[in-house]
Design a protein around this ligand. Sequence first.
Ligand code: NAD
Ligand code: ZN
Length: 279
Amino acid sequence: MEIGKIVRRILQAESILIGAGAGMGVDSGLPDFRGKEGFWRAYPPLADLGLQFEEMANPRWFHEDPTLAWGFYGHRYQLYKSTRPHKGYEILKKWIQSLQIPSFIYTSNVDGHFSSTGWRNQTLECHGSLMHLQCLENCGQSPWIAQSSIKQKIQVCMKTLRCKSALPSCPGCHKLARPNILMFSDFYWDQSRTSQQEKALENWLSINGNQQLFVIEIGAGITIPTVRSFCEKTKEFYDCEMVRINPRDYHSPSGVEVLPLGALESLQLLDSEISKVLR
Ligand SMILES: NC(=O)c1ccc[n+]([C@@H]2O[C@H](COP(=O)([O-])OP(=O)(O)OC[C@H]3O[C@@H](n4cnc5c(N)ncnc54)[C@H](O)[C@@H]3O)[C@@H](O)[C@H]2O)c1
Ligand SMILES: [Zn+2]
């Protein structure tokens, strides 16, 4: 780890791509789902039912057991919505604004925290967003903002993880709504929002990919390595520099700088150097 080198890369960058996984949310107080123990610590009732993340994140629960499905996703929606993103988001924003360079986010996080901290139109949420809903029956209604259907707090019994309040419904056909996120064995995920974001990123890369691009990957796991692969491939394709920030899964291909620390600690550490220059 060479802080000075990473600081120089950031200061010299003409564009920055930030790839973020569940680890980016950990310092905001959100759980990552590393291993079944991590998942069950966050959701004890699912340990009693013996359900792992991969089993619970399946659209079949909305058909077979809607109050359990909405208990799980309703709790996450409530948690992500009420949690304030940690200061690292502000630090990243500050760098981008001070350097006056374009940036884009590629994230598997469904918490909407990058969108709400200023990257609304420069974010690709590759697994969708819990802040948006879609029709379970795919009646033709486009995905919509969750808040417009969830006016009151979703009430979840934490002993059973069952939703106690009214379940959100589709404004088009009034049947059950589900989060607009990609689950496992999910053949009916409405990709339209994410496809638009994909086009925006393609366009952004075609303009900025060859402009001294720097890739900052933060908290991206190895179980579902979508973000890691994307960052590594982007680095390779544009032959640019990259840093991987991760306290545990930091092994990397050669040529990738590594910061084996948490997201907030890393960003604060870098910022203490960068702000001396950007002041
Ligand atoms: N906030 C969210 O939206 C959220 C949270 C949990 C899971 N998920 C979903 O789970 C799936 C798996 O995502 P994943 O592979 O990114 O998660 P993961 O749970 O498999 O991996 C999390 C990674 O974060 C790292 N990490 C832990 N603490 C950290 C910290 N303080 N700072 C930086 N990194 C830290 C871990 O070492 C690990 O590599 C995705 O589909 C995602 O949609 C989303
Ligand atoms: Zn509908």
